[in-house]
Design a protein around this ligand. Structure first.
Ligand SMILES: [Zn+2]
Length: 74
């Protein structure tokens, strides 16, 4: 049985298909449990971004993301 579900990029609404627990394309998920020192204590936020939207997002960063070449690719 093929189990299939879909995620949506929160920024552009693009669908990301997940077949048997494996996403058909790479994407970013962010899950944040806000804590005591925030104004959102007790709240959990979650969103996902497709690769294009991720590229747009980090293009606006003042400090670039740290990049590392991975030697072991699974
Ligand atoms: Zn997107």
């Amino acid at each position: 049985m093929r189990e299939e579900r879909k995620l949506c990029c929160n920024q552009c609404g693009k669908e990301i298909r997940i077949v048997q627990g494996i996403a058909r394309e790479d994407f970013v998920t962010v899950k944040k449990n806000w804590g005591y020192f925030s104004k959102k204590d007790g709240r959990q936020d979650e969103f996902c971004l497709c690769e294009d939207c991720y590229d747009h997002l980090i293009a606006g960063f003042v400090v670039p993301v740290s990049e590392k070449e991975r030697t072991e690719l699974v």
